[in-house]
Each structure stands twice: as C-alpha cells, then as structure tokens.
Design a protein around this ligand. Structure first.
Ligand code: MLT
Length: 411
C-alpha cells in the first residue's frame, strides 16, 4: 500500500459533535419508539421559509426553465443584485461602507469559516474562545495548525480564551501573540455577546498586534439590546483587521436552502514569506473562483427576497417567535433555580448543570427522564464542561412542554 493520509485528521475527535448527539438520540428512539422526544440540540430552524421568499424562489426556478431567461454558471462571488441588497440593508443603515467586490456570496457560514484558513500560512497562531463552535478548531487541525493534543484534550498550538460564569462569558484578550482570532458574536454556544466597548478592545488588540479577527456574525439578527454591535465594522478601523461572516440560515430559515456571505475588506493584507504585503480580498477571490461555482440563481433570488419589505416583516415575525421561546426557556430554567445565560440576543440558552453534573450526564438525564435533547457543553471545549446548550428553534408548544417536563424531574 502506498497511499498515505493527512495525519492531521488523526488529531480530530472521532465524530463531529452533532453526529455524536444524533447517534445517542437514534439509539434512544430505537429503544423507546413510543417516546416523543423534544429536540433542542442542533441549532436547526423549524419554521418554513417565509411566503415572499418561496414566491421569489419559485419564480426564479421558472426563469431557469425558459430559454430566454435560463442562466448557466453565475459569478463565483455571487450575483450583484444580492450583493447590492446586502450592502443596502445590512451595512448602510449602520453607517458601514462596503463595496460589492468585498462581498462573497456562498453556500454557508460553516463552509466559509472552515475554508478561510486556507489563505493563511500554516505558521499562524490560532486563538479561539472556549467553549467554541467546533468548525474553527477542527479545520485548523486538519490543516496542521493544532500542534499536539494535550492531556486535557486541548491542542498545544491553539490559544484558548476561556468563557465561563467567572468572567461573565467575556473572553479575556490573549496574553501571548496570536495571528488569527475567531470570534462568534452573539456566541455559539453560550448565547452571550459583547457590547461595543468590549468588542472595541479586540479590534484595538488586533491592530496593535497585526492580528486578523475572523468574526462570525451568523446570529446577528437575534440581537435585541442596543449596545450590541451587529457588525464588527461598526467599530472604527475594523475594516483593517476583520473578515465578517453572515448567514441566511438562522435569520431567514435557510439551513436547508443554503446561502451566506463573507465580507473580505480591501484594506486587509497578510505577508508573504518574502515579506510582501498581499491583499486578502484578492486571495479569497482566487480561492473561491478556483474551488467554488457560486450559489444557484434561484437560491440567490430567494435570499434577495428576504430584504423586500414583506420579506423583512415575515422574517422578523419568525425571529420574534423563536425569541419568545428563548424567553420561556430562560424563565423555565431559572424557576428551577438553575443558572441560565444567553437567550437574550441569541436563540441559544446556556445552562449550568445542577449539582456540578458533567455535561454528558445531564444530557443523559434530560434524554432519559424528560425526553429532551440538548447539546452537552463539553462538546464545545474544556470550559463548556458543566454546561448544556438548549435551542429556541422549536415550536412554542414543544418549548412549553419541554419546560413542563423539566419541572417534573428531580434535578
Ligand atoms: C449548531 O447547532 O451549533 C449549529 O447548527 C451550527 C451550524 O450552524 O453549523
């Protein structure tokens, strides 16, 4: 045998977190086919696509079936009609100037946050919050930026910013020099956020240390509080240090439809190994045009419809619906004397396990006794141990039922 593998993959945990959760659920359902399990694990939306979005989607499909309006390959970066709508609706109202050639439309923020590391050198030091959305760490491990696995399951070359009750889930600025800083705000999994002053400190740190912030804003549409930035570019000078990722998945119910976008400002540079400044926008464009053929025309038309007055209204109604669930979960858990975080500017609720139970033990207890699936906090990293994540992406009825069931078990 002569074919070798990418050994970096051997550093990964056996399964992606949500695959483990799905397997546990499947086993439970096989053994208990009569039990009605309420799924509050993976953050997947449950409400159908808004009517306006579906109409635009269908109309675009019809166009594809007519000779005079059929389209083949579209631009790899996405159609300008969508990029223009994005700029007009997501950035202009916040006084952020973005050019159409800084917008890269894609099939998901998971893919983009995972792929972006390809344009950076392997010697860059990575910094993540802990707990963390696993994609940031795993994709850097695959590329070879992880170093070795340590005794407690962390990776030697990665810098972790621990976020727990002790620091109110506000990541402390890294003490050592780091190059790529991943921030997800509102945060997945903790559901907590940073206010403008707190985020400004990260932008200043990045400027001072020549770092780049990879800012995942997939949950920005759930922000309710005034002082929480929706875009990192609301912070002065952030266009010189940050790439921002956005998604239609949670905002508009596109988890199965697939559309997202990434902003790579022209101001951003990295150094080549011979010390020359190279535009990151140019590199990402080169990467995308080589490896990606764009999002389908009907999907981009559907995404554009999310910005129409009717589309906006329908989307807001769905978000309000989920946020009402979040409120119910927060209250239900607080009434049980559990410490609850998130759920104010986010569809995720992060709850401290009772009696210092381990995350997976609490997961098992909820599954077996209340037939509720959550996501164990420890699956998101060392500092997630002792917490569990619940999502508000469910029906109001199921959410109420879940809280009722929890109130009846012995915690
Ligand atoms: C989650 O549950 O954390 C989400 O589904 C993550 C994702 O969007 O990939």
């Amino acid at each position: 045998m002569s074919v070798t593998i990418n050994d970096n993959y051997l550093l990964l945990q056996d399964n992606y977190l949500f695959v483990d959760v799905a397997r546990k659920l499947e086993n439970f359902q096989n053994e208990n086919p009569d039990k009605n399990v309420i799924k509050m694990g993976i953050g997947d939306v449950t409400k159908p696509l808004p009517k306006t979005v579906v109409e635009a989607f269908k109309k675009a499909v019809d166009e594809m079936g007519e000779a005079n309006s059929f389209r083949g390959y579209g631009p790899e970066q996405g159609y300008s009609f969508l990029a223009e709508s994005i700029i007009k609706n997501d950035f202009k109202p916040r006084d952020v100037n973005i050019n159409t050639d800084e917008v890269f439309i894609s099939d998901g923020a998971k893919c983009d946050t995972g792929n972006i590391q390809e344009i950076f050198g392997l010697n860059n030091k990575i910094c993540v919050s802990d707990p963390v959305y696993p994609v940031y760490v795993d994709t850097n491990l695959m590329a070879g930026r992880g170093g070795s696995i340590t005794e407690n399951g962390t990776y030697s070359s990665i810098t972790y910013m621990s976020c727990t009750e002790k620091n109110n889930f506000i990541p402390e600025l890294p003490k050592k020099s780091v190059d790529l800083i991943y921030l997800c705000l509102p945060n997945n999994p903790t559901g907590t956020t940073l206010n403008k002053d707190q985020l400004t400190k990260f932008v200043e740190f990045a400027k001072k240390n020549n770092s780049i912030i990879l800012f995942d804003a997939a949950y920005e549409s759930f922000i309710r509080e005034d002082d929480v930035p929706h875009s990192i570019y609301e912070i002065d000078g952030a266009k010189e240090v940050a790439i921002e990722f956005r998604s239609f998945s949670k905002t508009a119910g596109f988890t199965g439809t697939r559309c997202a976008y990434t902003i790579v400002p022209k101001e951003l540079y990295g150094l080549s190994s011979d010390g020359k400044k190279v535009s990151l926008n140019k590199l990402w464009n080169r990467r995308q045009t080589t490896k990606f053929n764009g999002v389908s025309y009907p999907v981009q038309k559907a995404a554009e419809a999310t910005y129409s007055p009717k589309g906006k209204k329908e989307i807001q109604e769905n978000i309000d619906y989920y946020m009402e669930n979040a409120k119910i979960i927060r209250k239900g858990l607080s009434d049980l004397c559990l410490n609850v975080y998130g759920g104010v500017n986010s569809p995720y609720i992060w709850v401290k396990t009772p009696k210092n139970m381990k995350s997976w033990d609490f997961f098992d207890l909820l599954l077996n006794e209340a037939n509720i699936v959550g996501t164990p906090g420890s699956g998101f990293g060392l500092s997630g141990e002792g917490y569990l994540r619940l999502t508000a992406f469910n029906t109001l009825e199921n959410t109420k039922e879940a809280m009722d069931r929890m109130s009846k078990i012995k915690l």
